[in-house]
Write a protein of this length. Structure first.
Length: 119
């Protein structure tokens, strides 16, 4: 079982990025999926999640209205569209999967992808 995150990079404030998280060895449609991030010197924090049933989504207040989480079960891939990026969004972003409820103790984690927002 593996989650492979990609799509990070350097972007100017106000810019956009789309992160991807490709699953292998399991079917993401059977899992709740989510994104977390860890900024320098800070604890890992929740960013967004999407339920396996019904596509219900949840967002941290800090990203609500700017970020959109989605999933393409046919491609076995999770996405995070990030718009209106701010310097405080700079962090390593991790995707996670859990059969019951994604959270800090999720079963599976990706390796992380660096997002840097700077002019």
């Amino acid at each position: 079982v593996q989650l492979q995150a990609s799509g990070g990079g350097l972007v100017q404030p106000g810019g956009s990025l789309r992160l991807s998280c490709a699953g292998s060895g399991f079917t993401i449609s059977s899992y709740d999926m989510g994104w977390f991030r860890r900024a320098p010197g800070k604890e890992r924090e929740f960013v967004a999640a999407i339920r396996k049933s019904g596509g219900i989504t949840y967002y941290a207040d800090s990203v609500k209205g700017r970020f959109t989480i989605s999933r393409d079960n046919a491609k076995n891939t999770l996405y995070l569209q990030m718009n209106s990026l701010k310097p405080e969004d700079t962090a390593v972003y991790y995707c996670a999967a859990d059969p019951i409820s994604v959270g800090p103790f999720s079963d599976y984690w990706g390796q992380g992808t660096q997002v840097t927002v700077s002019s």
